[in-house]
Design a protein around this ligand. Structure first.
Ligand code: KIV
Ligand code: ZN
Length: 528
C-alpha cells in the first residue's frame, strides 16, 4: 500500500467525509462558506481522515469554500472533486493547494447507461479520459482518487480494465460508487472481493466504498465492502446526500466499534477508525442546525430517541442493568447518559426513580398522589419533562390546606360576546357553582371564582409561562393577590392555560384563607 494511511496502520478504516460535497448536494441543503468552514473544523475535531470540501469548478462559492477549508482546517486531508477534464482538475488542484495534505478526487461514469445517455461516449473514450484525468491530477498532488461513477451498474470486465489503467496511471485510491443505491450488501461485498483479486496493482491502492441509500442499504453495503477488503469508507454526517443520502458516518463508525467482535477484534485484522466518537453527537447537531435538515427521532445513533426509554419494562431493565436494552453507551457518542422518557408508558418504578433523582423525598402517600397526577398529565402530553415533574410535586405536595378546590370549569367564548365562565368550587360546605362574564376568559373565570368562594382579593399580578415546549406543553400561571396589606402568591399548572390561571387564583385564595384560619381576618370586599 502506498498511501500515508495504509503504511501507518494497515487495518485502519479511513473515514472520508463528504458532508460538504455529496451531503451538500442534497436538495435544499446549501451551506454558506462560513458554515462550511464551521462544519469542517468540527469534522477535524471528530477525527475524520479526509474532508471532501467541495466541487470547486461548479461555482465560485464552491471554489472559495474548498480553498478556505484547505487554508484553515488542519489535520485531515482536504479533497476537491473534479470530473475527468482539465478544467475541473485544475480548479480542484488550485482549491486544495493551500492544504498540508491534499487530494484530487476525479471521476467518470463507466456504466453503459451513463456512457450512452449522459456522456455520449464510447467505452474506449471513457477509458482514455479516465487515464488522462489521473495523469493530469498527479501533476497537482500525489494523492489522487479515482471513481468509476455508477460502478455497480457497470460491466465488470470494463470496470476491471478502467481500474487497472488508472492504477497504472498513479491513482492511489480506487473508489467504487454505488451512485444510485442499487446494489445489495452481498453483491457489493462480492464485487469488492473480485476487484481486489482481479485488478493488477490494486494492493498498492486503497479500495474505497461510496454507497448511496436509495434502498436503505448504504451502511450495510459499505460494511460489506469493508469486510471484503475496502479500507476507506465515504460517508456523511447524519447520512446527508443526494436523494436518500449517503452512508451515515456515525452508523459506520459505531457499527465497527460496537461489533468489533465481527470486525476482527483481538486479531491482527482488527478494524478501527480514528474517530473521536465523543464528538459524534455534537457534529450531528451542528450539521442538522446549519443545513436545516432535522434528524429523524428514530435515526440510529444520533436520533433523539436512539438512547431513550419510556416503556415500563425497558426503563426497569435499563435501571437495573443498562445492557439489557442498550448495545452502546450514550456517553460514547458524547451524550451525558440515556434518556428515560416519562410518558404514559412509564411505570411507577421509573417515576419513583426520577423523583429521587430530582432530589425529592416523598412519603408513600405523597408519591401515590403525585403519580396519579403524573398519569393524568402523561395522558395529555407525549413526554413529561423533569420540570413538569417538579411542578407536579410542588403542586401536589404542598403545606397549605386546600380550603377550596377547583372541581369543574367551563369557559364559553363566542365572537362578539363577552366570555362566560362556569365554575364549580368544592369546600367543606359542599360544591358551589357560579357563573360570570368577563373582559376575557381568565377575567370571567376569576369573577366566577370570587362568587363561588365568597372572597374577592385584589389581583396584583398575573404571569404565565410554558414550563415545557411543544403544542401540549404545561403552562404555569403565577398570580399575586393582595389582602389587608399582605400579598399571597398562588401557582397553577395545566396543559390548558385558562385552567392553570384558575388554579393559581384558587391557590392564592387558599393561602389567604389559611392565614385567616390562623387568626387574621382577610379583606373580603371586592377590590378588582
Ligand atoms: O455517487 C457518486 O457516484 C459520486 C461520485 C462523484 C463519487 O458522488
Ligand atoms: Zn455520491
Amino acid at each position: 500500500m502506498s498511501t500515508q494511511y495504509a503504511s501507518r496502520q494497515k487495518q485502519r478504516i479511513i473515514i472520508f467525509d463528504t458532508t460538504l460535497r455529496d451531503g451538500e448536494q442534497s436538495p435544499g441543503a446549501s451551506l454558506s462558506i462560513t458554515e462550511k468552514l464551521e462544519i469542517a473544523r468540527q469534522l477535524a475535531k471528530l477525527g475524520v481522515d479526509i474532508i471532501e470540501a467541495g466541487f470547486p469548478v461548479s461555482s465560485p462559492a464552491q471554489f472559495e469554500a474548498t480553498k478556505l477549508v484547505a487554508e484553515q482546517v488542519a489535520g485531515p486531508t482536504i479533497a476537491g472533486l473534479a470530473r475527468a477534464n482539465e478544467k475541473d482538475i485544475e480548479s480542484a488542484g488550485k482549491a486544495v493547494a493551500p492544504a498540508k495534505k491534499k487530494r484530487i478526487h476525479t471521476f467518470i461514469a463507466t456504466s453503459p447507461i451513463h456512457m450512452k445517455y449522459k456522456l455520449k461516449k464510447t467505452s474506449d473514450e471513457v477509458l482514455k479520459m479516465a487515464v488522462e484525468a489521473v495523469t493530469y491530477a498527479k501533476t497537482f498532488t500525489d494523492d489522487v482518487e479515482f471513481s468509476p461513477e455508477d460502478a455497480c451498474r457497470s460491466e465488470m470486465s470494463f470496470l476491471i480494465e478502467v481500474l487497472t489503467a488508472v492504477t497504472e496511471a498513479g491513482a492511489t485510491t480506487l473508489n467504487i460508487p454505488d451512485t444510485v443505491g442499487y446494489i445489495l450488501p452481498y453483491e457489493y461485498g462480492r464485487m469488492i472481493a473480485r476487484l481486489k483479486a482481479e485488478v493488477p496493482g490494486i494492493d498498492n491502492c486503497i479500495i474505497s466504498t461510496h454507497c448511496h441509500n436509495d434502498l436503505g442499504m448504504a451502511v450495510a453495503n459499505s460494511l460489506a465492502g469493508v469486510r471484503n477488503g475496502a479500507r476507506q469508507v465515504e460517508c456523511t454526517v447524519n447520512g446527508l446526500g443526494e436523494r436518500a443520502g449517503n452512508a451515515a458516518l456515525e452508523e459506520i463508525v459505531m457499527a465497527i466499534q460496537t461489533r468489533a467482535d465481527f470486525f476482527g477484534k483481538g486479531t491482527e485484522n482488527e478494524l478501527t477508525t480514528n474517530i473521536n466518537t465523543k464528538e459524534i453527537h455534537r457534529t450531528s447537531q451542528l450539521v442538522s442546525r446549519l443545513t436545516g435538515f432535522v434528524v429523524q427521532p428514530n435515526k440510529a445513533i444520533v436520533g433523539v430517541n436512539a438512547f431513550a426509554h419510556e416503556a415500563g419494562v425497558h426503563v426497569d431493565g435499563v435501571l437495573k442493568e443498562r445492557s439489557t436494552y442498550e448495545i452502546m453507551m450514550p456517553e460514547t457518542i458524547g451524550l451525558s447518559g440515556s434518556r428515560m422518557v416519562l410518558g404514559r408508558h412509564t411505570g411507577r418504578h421509573g417515576f419513583t426513580n426520577r423523583c429521587k433523582k430530582l432530589g425529592y423525598k416523598l412519603t408513600e402517600e405523597e408519591l401515590e398522589r403525585t403519580y396519579q397526577r403524573f398519569l393524568q398529565v402523561a395522558d395529555k402530553k407525549k413526554e413529561v419533562f423533569d420540570e413538569d415533574v417538579a411542578a407536579i410535586i410542588d403542586d401536589e405536595v404542598r403545606m397549605v390546606e386546600h380550603t377550596f378546590e377547583l372541581e369543574y370549569m367551563r369557559v364559553l367564548i363566542e365572537t362578539g360576546e363577552s366570555p362566560t365562565a362556569i365554575i364549580k368550587i368544592k369546600s367543606k360546605e359542599g360544591i358551589k357553582e357560579a357563573q360570570a362574564e368577563g373582559d376575557g376568559p381568565v377575567d370571567a373565570a376569576y369573577e366566577a371564582i370570587r362568587v363561588a368562594t365568597g372572597y374577592s382579593p385584589k389581583l396584583e399580578s398575573y404571569s404565565i409561562r410554558a414550563i415545557t415546549s411543544g403544542k401540549e406543553a404545561l403552562g404555569e400561571t403565577t398570580v399575586k393577590i393582595r389582602s389587608d396589606g399582605r400579598t399571597f402568591a398562588g401557582r397553577g399548572i395545566s396543559t390548558d392555560i385558562i385552567e392553570a390561571s384558575a388554579k393559581a387564583y384558587v391557590d392564592a385564595i387558599n393561602r389567604m384563607v389559611a392565614r385567616k384560619d390562623a387568626g387574621e381576618e382577610p379583606q373580603i370586599k371586592a377590590e378588582l
